[in-house]
Design a protein around this ligand. Structure first.
Ligand SMILES: [Zn+2]
Length: 275
């Protein structure tokens, strides 16, 4: 008699054990994903807090960057432009040697070069700025692969051989937007300094660059995502005013907007040198 009643009991206990183990495994998976998201969110929030006291642009502030960015940002892609204009270029997504985006053609502007559509847009932006009574210098436009190699190596020397620190200031060759002909550095006096953000030119450009198809690419609160220091002088052409305005209004950097983050292993060595 004893045996008969015990068998179903043993089966029941085994079933309960299986269910408990399965639930435990599911909970573990959920927890891992949550903490991964939370960590990324916290990193971003910490940077925003440190470097942007006003916090106006911190639409992604909070504990979960991914959730906020997908819930509140209206994702827009201009259907009329070549996707290469809004291609994300960084250490995880480098370009091929000799690559020029968009038309593939370069055009000269004030002694520098850019991809031809970007050059036309820059000419309009610079003319509008000057119409406001301000002057501006086009400091750097398109760079050949050799140019970027030279700048990167020079930066390594300036940083006493510290390649990781150098790479946060001068992009690793084949990871610079300048090599694609889509980036321009603007200056008031021939220098490229953070104080450019406080000049009337820097402020005008920040406010109006999207009207010409450009975005301010390397924001101070996004350095841990872009892998590049705050660069208020660096403007990236993204193909059209509509596209530039959509990205700017989102408050996200291109990596976030297009969900093309630097791989953690690509970014990790540089973290100590990014604010
Ligand atoms: Zn630049």
């Amino acid at each position: 008699m004893k045996k008969r009643t015990r068998t179903p009991l043993i089966i029941a206990v085994c079933l309960i054990a299986v269910v408990v183990v399965a639930l435990g495994a599911l909970a573990a998976v959920c927890l891992t994903e949550d903490s991964a998201d939370t960590n990324r969110g916290k990193n971003t929030a910490a940077v925003s807090g440190d470097t942007n006291p006003e916090g106006d642009e911190n639409k992604v502030d909070g504990d979960n960057t991914k959730a906020v960015s997908t819930d509140t940002v209206e994702f827009y892609i201009d259907p009329d432009i070549d996707p290469s204009y809004y291609r994300v270029i960084n250490r995880t997504y480098p370009i091929d040697p000799g690559y020029v985006a968009g038309s593939g053609e370069l055009k000269s502007i004030e002694g520098k070069q850019m991809e031809s559509k970007a050059a036309d847009a820059l000419a309009k932006m610079v003319a509008a700025l000057r119409d406001e009574g301000m002057d501006i210098i086009i400091q750097s436009g398109y760079r050949t692969d050799e140019d970027q190699e030279y700048l990167y190596n020079r930066q390594i020397n300036r940083q006493n051989g510290n390649k990781e620190k150098a790479a946060t200031i001068s992009a690793v060759p084949l990871t610079s937007e300048h090599q694609a002909g889509l980036a321009v550095d603007l200056s008031t006096d021939g220098t490229l300094l953070e104080t450019f953000a406080d000049t009337k030119q820097g402020q005008w450009l920040k406010e109006h660059c999207a009207e010409y198809g450009f975005i301010l690419r390397y924001l101070p609160e996004k350095t841990l995502i872009t892998g590049i220091i705050n660069e208020p002088w660096h403007f990236r052409y993204v193909g059209s005013p509509a596209q530039a305005e959509a990205i700017t209004e989102s408050g996200l950097c291109m990596e976030e907007y297009f969900n093309k983050y630097l791989a953690d292993e690509d970014l990790d060595p540089y973290l100590p040198y990014l604010k």
